[in-house]
Design a protein around this ligand. Sequence first.
Ligand SMILES: [Zn+2]
Length: 666
Amino acid sequence: MNFIKKITSLTLITVLLGTSGIFLPAQAKSFVEPIRFTQVEQSEMNMDKLALKTDGKITLFENGKTDFAIILPENCTEELLKAASSLQEVLCEMTDSNIEIISENKASTAKKHILIDTALNTKRPAFNDADDGFHITVSDEVICICGADSTATANGIYTFIEDTLGCMFLTPDDTYTPKQKSIYIEKTDTNISPKTKWRDVYAYETTDNNWGKKLRLNGIKYSSDETQNIEQMQYEGWGTWCHDCYDYLSPDEYYETHPEYFSQVFGKRVTTYRGRDAYLCLSNPEVFKIVKNAMAKKMAEQPDKLYWDFIGSDTPFLAGCRCKNCKKADKAAGGTGMGTLLPFLNKLARAFPDKYICTLAYLHTLKAPKNIKAEPNVVIKLCSMPGDQASSYFDGGNADSAEFKEQVKQWAEITDNIVVWDYVVNFKHLLLPFPNFAVQAKNQRFYEENNIIGVFHQASREIGGEFSCLRSYVLSRIMWDGSQTDVAKYVSKYITAYYGPAAAPILEYMNSCATQLQRSNKSLGLYDRPMKHFSGYLSQDNINDYLKKIEQAKQLAGKDKTLISRIEEVELSVIYAQSLLPGIGKAKRQKILDRINSLCEKRDITMVCEWESLKDFNNKTLRNTVLLERLELAAPYAAAVIIIAAVGITVKAVKKKKKKKQSAAV
Ligand SMILES: [Zn+2]
């Protein structure tokens, strides 16, 4: 009996300790380099060095006066005019004075010139850098910024504004501008090019008010027109984008007469599967002919577009066409849908040698195929699924990041044209704190070492994602400057500029969040449920600590309404996490929910998840999430009770049997 009691107690203790995490399998170390943010000295923010007149520097402004004028070519594009106007605005604001913009034919009226030009203008030396970099010369009489075209030259102007003058394009509406009546700058004569050729941060804010251009992203159209579709604006340079195979061969046009053009699933040709688009049968030669002709037609309509997507549907449960020929090709390639897709793309690439033919390595086509190389003009957009934002792909510190690291290495054997599609967002909880800054420079290093030509950082497409502007800013800098970017410096400078006297507690909040995530040794994924982190960086204790820091920031902000509003953006993320904690009680949860609603209303935030609205969150998501998480939290205890009950019943039965035996023996 004592033995059975011991077993029962041990079982109970094991289950209970298991729930507290002590006996949970240890995860691999995340290998994240420590990264700490600290408030930046005021002298650095003010760019005091600009006011130091030393040997070798040229005088741009002295006591609010300048001999320079900004000179624009006569055939100036709108893009270039916007960039030049930005330069004029910041110089005027910095010096509290004025600098003129004049056309090239009136340049002689100015003593000294800031020449804004493109190599298209034959009067200037050509600068043939296809990577939208630029040449900059700073000499006594002339500052010349010249790129191969308007975009490249605009990149030069925005780089000059930030890197030479010390301004920061913080958000679509806020530019940090230091104040200096005198500006003396170093002479230079150099070429500057981005480290990543194609750069995009997919976020609501980057399309707004020319901000994406100021961040030197070249995958984005910009607009101040709010009615424009953000998705349409996120792929400048691409003729077609994403899940588009039916745009080339439509089920409406062909299914009735040629069902064999479409994917076979369980012996039947289908155009939809479980309510979503199905796929094409890529081993059918007629399908290739139709797609090729349709693509040629689209290319003729948009001759300036260089990149053309051919991508299957976004249907996670469907592994392409399962007809005999498709299955055979996929199997021969090592069990990947690329067995049929890559040869199909290669044929398109040979048919259109002056274009790039692009696809997603995603879902059933994620895995690299064996024994097939891609044509030189095929581009693979490789999705980091499941991906991880807590340990870098360079280190591959946990199973998810290690898996993606391996995928990149395998794909790099097949093609030189990889665009990494990384997820810097929690799609389920767009407002949840997402401390992923520490891994970004190392990820970039990994991309550079594997010749990645482009990076698509998918963030939140909705208004007001967590630290959306800061994240877009930092990722843009990293893609332009490369892996040597000092992320801690840029985050620190950004937060100091944006939160002013309230910066220190916000920086401490960010440090705490990142440290607690790191200590938990958990991955940070695109579909993470908050519960995964309730024993880590989103624990009740940590959330209380974050809220204290936010309160300190508010005290320091005093009555500055702009700063208070910015601090409330951080508060919104933290209380969003708090509202999902299972044990906080109904009344408190309602109070938090009221606050979330009021903060969201002030910011026009209507979506808190990629596919669900704030209204849904109020009505059901919050309640369901908490209920589900309560059940999950209770599950091990329930299991313990069941085990104890089972052991008890067994003991009773054994005893009864023994007694019966004894009675029989008597
Ligand atoms: Zn097939």
